[in-house]
Write a protein that binds this ligand. Sequence first.
Ligand code: PHE
Length: 332
Amino acid sequence: MEHIELEAKKEIGSAKNSQELEALRIKYLGRKGRMAELLLQIKDLSNEERAQRGKQINQLKRELEELFEKKKNEIKNSESNKNEKIDVTAPGRALPFGHLHPRTLILRQVEKIFQSLGFSVVDSSEMETDYYNFQALNFPKDHPARDMQDTFYIDDELLLRTQTSPNQVRYMEKHNPPLRVIVPGKVFRRDASDATHESQFYQVEGLMVDKNISIGNFKAVILEFFKQLFGKEVKIRLRPSFFPFTEPSFEPDIQCVFCDGKGCRVCKNTGWIEMAGAGMVHPFVFKSAGYAPYEWQGFAFGFGLDRLAMMKYKIDDLRMLNFGDMRFLRQF
Ligand code: PHE
């Protein structure tokens, strides 16, 4: 038995592959193997001796079985390493690649188009003072027009801006005319959210000031803007409106791109979609900024950026832009 034990351990230890190992397993542990032979030999012993021997043999058998198992795993590991071939011509695995959010995409296009028309892009703050957001723009305290824009106040003086328009005065305070700027950014209103409203959204403020600026200049600029954005001529109309800081005031509508003006759910069957507030800069605003009010003229506009994204990408629910749903976002 000792002889078999030594021999078996040595041979198993030096087996080089799974075939060799299997042959050894049969040699020692097989039905007619060496261990089986040993068990046969003990049948002539006395009862006591047989029990003792039998135990020893079974013990050795278990030991050898464990040894085989261990060696088998060793061999398996080294064989699979050796057999792994690398196909250097196989195409690589594509890594998931992010991309820009539709709102960022549209913002970049808007900036590029206005830059091509001579406008600079200006950054600004999301927190404002009551003065710049309202008073400097001809909304006196208690003016009913403040109700148009339900405001998130931080304290008596500070608020989350309800519009990008405060930057008209901020910019003109620091720069002399003539000028052309756009100011994109986030604005906040206490609105309940639905398919076309959110309490946070993006506007693009525009301001052009020079001598002899008229509504004609405004029309030319935004017609060119829409043409570049949508890649085709778009019909617009200027609907009379009211803002305290423009006179006259109007709201440019574009012909609905979902139905080409025929009338559909998105345009509520009117054929037109509201895109912005706009108007000629009110003399009050020039005065707030320290300009001689009747020496200069200008137009100003505030586009809803999300509205532009809706039209451009034909998204019929504004909230999709904020949900972070990958099934939606992957399409851009
Ligand atoms: N700030 C206005 C709004 O949020 C839009 C506007 C901008 C109107 C510029 C006129 C001129 O509704």
